[in-house]
Design a protein around this ligand. Structure first.
Ligand code: NAD
Length: 358
């Protein structure tokens, strides 16, 4: 596999370095992976005046998978919009045609007390949110502001989904549910929105090809409520871009530890961009205290979804669990009074655990 490594800004380079060490450890055990790094975000701007320099995009296009740290930082906040770090991220997602976003929300037993919800509500949670990433109201045209006859301004956006856009994400959803607990909940707002009525119709049509997967539908307002009331009722949630944006952030908070959660954005062929869900954490950048586990777990997703290497993916996940069980904690996931380790030490612990989980 060719893997493009894009560390980005803030804590990005620190956490990606630990993820690279995990790949290197697997390489010594036979994993075939070639790595090449390039700047993105603020680092791209610093290097080439562009948050997505051309060579970075070309490297990502030629790769089988991309690992991204995080982008952004106060230094870049006053740049004009096209030069802002987050534009690099939006452009690379679009250029690579990444229409599927996968966000697992897993509560590790050792960390269940880090959640703002009661332990019994979240302990054992293993939920996958599947969000459509390139359509919906975030991209629909027309959009803008206009002047009304009475002189006041009006803002407007267009929510829309074509049948083929719904169909392709629905297929991904059923295929993923099939590999898990075979339960798919499609979330929409079909009681109010025409876009959602079509969404529901198409999902029902696709469901006929997956009779072994139990499909249910839920309105998004109820889903938001159920996620905090009884999140363990869900296995895979399938939803559109805007609802998914909101619900996946809500779900990540169920785990109480932003530094633990990986994500994958995939194209139709399974090529993907893998990144932690958190940002560049400028408040702790350069201090060596960031939690690298979300990025390390992103490597597990990479091997599973782009590498077809379930064994190595499961090995990384087992190593992370073992490290948590052994009591290793970075500051963000430590309970009061616990000894904490830094980014590098956490990476060391995972690499050592990998060696024990051959
Ligand atoms: P953030 O996720 O960077 O940080 C939120 C809080 O969580 C901070 O207190 C931070 O220290 C902590 N945190 C985050 N990741 C951590 C980790 N791995 N280990 C320990 N603690 C961690 O969100 P923010 O502060 O809102 O944004 C900071 C910058 O990141 C902004 O420039 C924003 O635009 C950018 N951002 C980038 C992405 C991305 O690259 N995908 C996503 C979100 C935000």
């Amino acid at each position: 596999m060719k893997i493009a490594i894009l560390p980005g800004d803030g804590i990005g380079p620190e956490i990606v370095a630990e993820a690279v060490r995990v790949i290197e450890a697997l390489r010594t055990d036979g994993l075939k992976a070639e790595l090449e790094s390039a700047p993105i975000g603020g680092a791209g701007y610093d290097a080439a005046g562009d948050p997505l320099p051309d060579p970075t995009l070309k490297l990502a296009q030629a790769a089988d998978a991309v690992v991204l740290g995080a982008v952004g930082g106060p230094k870049y906040d006053t740049l004009p919009r096209p030069q802002r770090p987050e534009q690099g991220l939006l452009r690379i997602r679009q250029a690579l045609g990444l229409f599927t976003n996968l966000r697992p929300a897993i509560v590790y037993d050792e960390l269940a007390d880090a959640s703002a919800l009661k332990r019994e509500v979240v302990a054992g949670l293993d939920l996958m949110i599947l969000r459509e990433l390139t359509g919906d109201i975030y991209f629909g045209q027309p959009r803008g502001q206009r002047r009304l006859d009475d002189g006041q301004r009006e803002g407007f956006d267009t929510m829309k989904y074509s049948e083929s856009e719904i169909r392709r994400i629905a297929h991904v959803g059923f295929a993923i549910a099939r590999k898990r607990a075979k339960k798919l909940c499609s979330v929409d707002k079909a009681n109010v929105l025409d876009t959602s009525i079509l969404w529901r119709e198409v999902v029902n049509e696709v469901a006929k090809e997956y009779p072994d997967v139990a499909l249910s539908h839920m309105y998004v307002d109820n889903a938001a409520m159920q996620l905090v009331r009884a999140p363990k009722q869900f296995d895979v949630i399938l939803t559109g871009n805007m609802f998914g944006d909101i619900l996946s952030d809500e779900a990540s908070m169920l785990t109480g530890s932003i530094g633990m959660l990986p994500s994958a954005s995939l194209d139709a062929a399974g090529k993907g961009l893998y990144e932690p869900i958190h940002g560049s954490a400028p408040d702790i950048a350069g201090k060596g205290v960031a939690n690298p586990l979300a990025t390390i777990l992103s490597i597990a997703m990479l091997l599973r979804h782009s590498g077809g290497d379930e064994e190595s993916a499961a090995r990384i996940e087992a190593a992370v669990k073992a490290v948590l069980k052994a009591g290793y904690r970075t500051g963000d996931i430590a309970q009061p009074g616990m000894r904490t380790v830094g980014t590098r030490e956490m990476g060391d612990a995972v690499v050592a655990a990998l060696a024990r989980h051959r």
